[in-house]
Design a protein around this ligand. Structure first.
Ligand code: SF4
Length: 336
């Protein structure tokens, strides 16, 4: 096993749900509910799940935009779970984030040059001339012309704005970049350009990525390993090719079945498409949180929570699944 850059140990992020005249906390939204996972140096971990499964909340807790409720976030060997803003400042150089909507994350009243160079000012890096030169280098590194520095974000297309967001994220030469749905809002042709840019930058800079998306096909393209998340918990973790080719968890199979399949001979996968809505994280199902939608659920699933356990993988990368049973594709373990 290689050296870990990021380790999450039983991470929980709960939000109070307030109600009544006095707006007292009445319940908790368990957005992230006990996630343990690691990212090695130079590795890309893809985190996949339906909208509202807690994956973006997990990403924000990693960069400490959100405070963990419980559990640990360890970065480069240091516990950063509850350190202060001041203590976090030097670590921010090493942990950056790319957001889904660059239009929202880029202040439209600032030029692209000042938006990218802002990080140098905050961290007191370089003189003004050096900063300007460095901004131009960064623009070129993400495939934009030097003249872009004097323009405003609204003068660019969605794909170009995401390139600006990426230039900002890599300005301080971080070790880890949390990519929160960075291509979801882009056309398919532009998506592949941005994914290839991220891969090139990873090779040039030795970056590690936590790549968050709801589209398993996109995640497979860029990831070394994939983690599947449902209602704040991990359902399956393994090598990207292995999970895609030999999914063990019914939820992973359903996500793969939902990917449009141009080959008619493989359209049988559509049988495993999920029905029903994702339950509320305020009142998640008992036992296996997936049991209310699982076609293979047995009585035991309603009461016993399955832990992530090792299963045999053909690619020698650890493969784990949170299910009581060793289910084959299309198999029903038991009928309730
Ligand atoms: Fe389905 Fe039960 Fe496995 Fe959960 S533990 S995924 S409900 S079979």
């Amino acid at each position: 096993m290689n050296e870990a850059l990021l380790e999450l140990d039983g991470l929980k992020v709960y939000f109070p749900v307030k109600g009544g005249v006095l707006l007292r906390a009445r319940a908790e939204n368990k957005a992230v509910d006990g996630v343990s996972i690691r990212i090695e140096k130079g590795e890309t971990l893809g985190l996949v799940g339906e909208s509202g499964c807690g994956k973006s909340t997990l990403g924000k807790a990693v960069v400490r935009l959100l405070e963990p409720t419980a559990g640990k976030v360890r970065f480069d060997g240091r516990d950063i779970s509850h350190i202060s803003r001041r203590q976090m400042k030097p670590i921010r150089r090493d942990v950056q984030m790319i957001f889904q909507d660059p239009a929202e994350s880029l202040n439209s009243r600032h030029t692209v040059g000042s938006l990218i160079g802002e990080a140098f000012e905050i961290h007191g890096i370089g003189e003004p001339d050096w900063r300007k030169r460095r901004v131009v280098e960064l623009l070129e590194q993400v495939g934009l012309p030097a003249a872009a520095a004097d323009k405003f974000p609204f003068e660019f297309s969605g794909g170009q704005r995401q390139r600006i967001g990426i230039a900002r994220a890599i300005a301080l030469e971080p070790k880890l970049v949390v990519c929160d749905e960075p291509v979801s809002a882009l056309d398919v042709s532009i998506q592949s350009q941005i994914l290839n840019l991220l891969l090139d930058l990873q090779e040039q800079m030795g970056l590690s990525y936590l790549f968050i998306a709801h589209d398993l096909a996109v995640v497979k393209h860029i990831s070394d390993r994939i983690a599947i998340m449902y209602l704040g918990q991990l359902m399956e973790v393994g090598g990207a090719d292995e999970v895609y080719a030999h999914p063990k968890h019914p939820y992973t199979r359903a996500l793969i079945a939902a990917i449009p399949e141009p080959d008619p001979s493989r359209r049988h996968r559509a049988k495993e498409v999920l029905e029903g809505d994702v339950p509320s994280p305020i009142n998640p199902p008992s036992g296996c949180v997936f049991h209310t939608r699982c076609p293979s659920a047995a009585r035991r699933c309603e009461t016993d929570k399955p832990l992530l356990r090792d299963v045999i993988a053909s690619d020698r990368v650890a493969h784990q699944v949170a299910c009581h049973f060793d289910l084959q594709a299309g198999q029903r373990e038991s009928v309730r």
